[in-house]
Design a protein around this ligand. Structure first.
Ligand code: UD1
Length: 428
């Protein structure tokens, strides 16, 4: 298994190209199941999760062609043509679903297009139990019959799906997306109440509209979908990755550097900019994206609570914690989305951080410096938080289990190297 070696202490200077958002790309790819025409997606990031979704879709009958690269603003994002003339299989096997939880996003489209689906239950996950009850309950309200046996969700809709008013008891990004796709081909009107408002959901909704869907209330808590009989092909460019943007902004701040994040959309990172501003980190919109640097000499400790969009994202919680370990003063970081998302704490502590966890909150007391160490993480965002810590630590940090990073950060070592980081991937 590959490792990453980082020698900390170099301020990062230069430019980093922000890729298309992984969390928008995955549901958008699943949307190809809703039509027999071609869906052309551009600005796709080149990531392991995208390959997993492509493999799953191919098993279901989607023919996928790499149609070159989009070069808007000089950025190289991939362009994929996805065409599902006929659904070849309605079964998403355990082998792929266990690799990537977002595989559950094929459930709604398969049910809507062909009235049945068998999708493996995703099972446990490193950052909490993460059930799929909200997806299943919503689909049941649209008329699906759902049976759980032998580790699989067996869903049928013999009479097709019928629009309904679905009130989510708690908001879920994936359930909102699954229901949005299913309702687009259901008979009549569906109302999704207490829907999530993440920009990636808006991106999916806009693509569905381009495919002929009728959707109102995009970006609000109540989304209204009038089902149509058929969706057609479309072309759609994926939104920039706001989590990658926030991560590299923190890389600039933690190393006392200055990085322009090309292609970043400042409109998507309001809560992150507000927290960074309080921490004395400046995010300035530029013609090409956003520039990140410290305001004055020090990063200040600030309290942070993760919340659904437009609040501070849970997917940046581990990274801001890494930044707070070297801040002046203390920071209370509260995680409200996932119940077990502090696995980076023991690893950061091994590098000299001073962190105490009380339930869903972590008290971080800033220390003068971190010391490099061999570390490993159990999920994507925890891994990248250790990269940030490694960039500022004295000496060498060796990060194990690099495959987590490959799931969600495109060319991470190359991007950091180009800004002057002392980082290398060790092939084993
Ligand atoms: C998505 C993102 C992930 C991000 C998360 C929260 C993708 C591919 N992944 O994950 O990066 O961290 O949103 O912003 O877009 N829950 C239930 N029942 C359900 C579904 C969810 O109880 O049926 C709970 C989860 O356990 C979790 C919370 O709801 O505690 C939020 O999960 P959800 O918004 O569904 O996250 P994902 O869509 O899995």
């Amino acid at each position: 298994m590959d490792k990453i070696r980082i020698r900390g202490g170099r301020p990062l200077q230069g430019e980093i190209q922000i890729s298309g958002a992984k969390n928008a790309a995955l549901p958008l790819m699943a949307a190809a199941l809703l039509t027999d025409d071609t869906l052309c997606l551009s600005n796709l990031p080149h990531l392991a999760d995208i390959t997993t979704m492509a493999t799953l879709l191919a098993q279901l009958g989607v023919v996928i062609n790499l149609n070159g690269q989009s070069t808007d603003d000089g950025h190289i994002g991939r362009v994929l043509d996805l065409r599902c003339r006929d659904i070849g299989s309605t079964r998403a096997d355990y082998d792929l679903v266990r690799k990537m939880r977002a595989s559950i996003l094929v459930l709604g489209p398969l049910l809507a297009r062909c009235g049945q689906a068998q999708v493996s239950l995703p099972g446990g996950c490193a950052i909490g139990t993460r059930p799929v009850d909200l997806h299943l309950k919503g689909l049941t309200q649209l008329g699906a019959e759902i049976d759980l046996r032998e580790g699989y969700i067996h869903a049928t809709a013999p009479r097709g799906l019928q629009g309904a008013r679905i009130i989510f008891p708690t908001a879920s990004v994936g359930a909102t997306e699954n229901l949005l796709m299913a309702a687009s081909l259901a008979r009549g009107r569906t109302e999704l109440v207490n829907a999530e408002r993440e920009p990636e959901i808006g991106d999916l909704a806009r693509c569905l509209v381009a495919m002929g869907a009728s959707i109102a209330g995009i970006g609000t808590e109540t989304i209204v979908i009038d089902g149509v009989e058929r969706l057609h092909g479309a072309r759609h460019a994926i939104v920039p990755d706001r989590i990658e943007t926030g991560t590299y902004a923190m890389a600039a701040a933690i190393t006392h550097g200055d990085i322009e994040l090309i292609g970043a959309d400042p409109g998507l990172i309001g809560a992150v900019a507000e927290v960074l501003d309080r921490a004395q980190v400046r995010l300035e919109p530029t013609n090409r994206g956003v520039r990140a640097s410290r305001k004055d000499g020090v990063i200040r400790g600030v309290d942070i609570i993760t919340e659904p969009y437009p609040g501070f994202p849970t997917d940046l919680q581990a990274q801001i914690m890494a930044m707070m370990t070297v801040a002046e003063g203390a920071a209370m970081i509260t995680e409200t989305i996932f119940e077990n998302r502090f696995m980076h704490v023991p690893e950061l502590s091994r590098m000299g951080a001073n962190i105490t966890v009380h339930g869903s909150s972590a008290m971080v007391r800033g220390v003068g410096s971190l010391i490099g160490a061999p570390v490993m993480a159990t999920d994507l965002r925890a891994s990248v938080s250790l990269v940030l810590a490694g960039l500022v630590a004295e000496g060498d940090t060796i990060l194990n289990r690099v495959y987590h990073l490959d799931r969600g950060y495109e060319r991470l070592t190359e991007k950091l190297l180009a800004c002057g980081a002392d980082i290398e991937r060790l092939k084993t």
